[in-house]
Write a protein that binds this ligand. Sequence first.
Ligand code: IDP
Ligand code: MG
Length: 193
Amino acid sequence: FLPHLVASLEQVDETYIMVKPDGVQRGLVGEIISRFEKKGFKLTGLKLFQCPQDLAEEHYKDLKGKSFFPKLIEYIVSGPVVCMAWEGVGVVAAARKLIGATNPLQAEPGTIRGDLAVQTGRNVVHGSDSPENGKREIGRLALLASFTLVMDISRLEPLPLFFLVRYLNYAALWFKEGELCQWTPAQAPSLRE
Ligand code: IDP
Ligand code: MG
């Protein structure tokens, strides 16, 4: 719990990346993970997951009115996806660049969609479009701090404040508490002998 609290207080940039069912079925999971690893971002969450209908609809709720919405939901629940949380400075915009345009035919060569996909409706990967959506899609611990002032009646003095710290995993879409990890790279200076 604590590392996640620190991460949320530090406002670390993070993005939700998902290998969609076609990416899993075509054996592109390793390739896609590898591109984010090589770029230098830090993986803090990873799981293979069969997405339920309601979660797919919630994730794409902004597109609810679009004609392709039902097909999109069908696509996302059609097989397991790989859910990932990636962290790093500027990771949201950088990941969108690595992924490329929504329509793979318009995505630049060198991008994931530009290299690996052809159809908009089968574009192998998702990436959050803003830092806020990154937080919304990953789910972060938010702090609810409240305090109670307890009076010591015999001396009419306030006792030390009692902090009731509660937390909730707000708007968690793809990850639950305990599914995200904080870790230090082996080459970090503090670990050098
Ligand atoms: P993005 O994934 O690049 O952020 P969005 O506009 O958020 O693109 O759309 C979400 C997903 O919905 C796309 O990745 C794609 O799978 C699907 N989609 C978007 N537009 C179309 C379309 O015109 N036809 C079919 N599927 C679409
Ligand atoms: Mg989008």
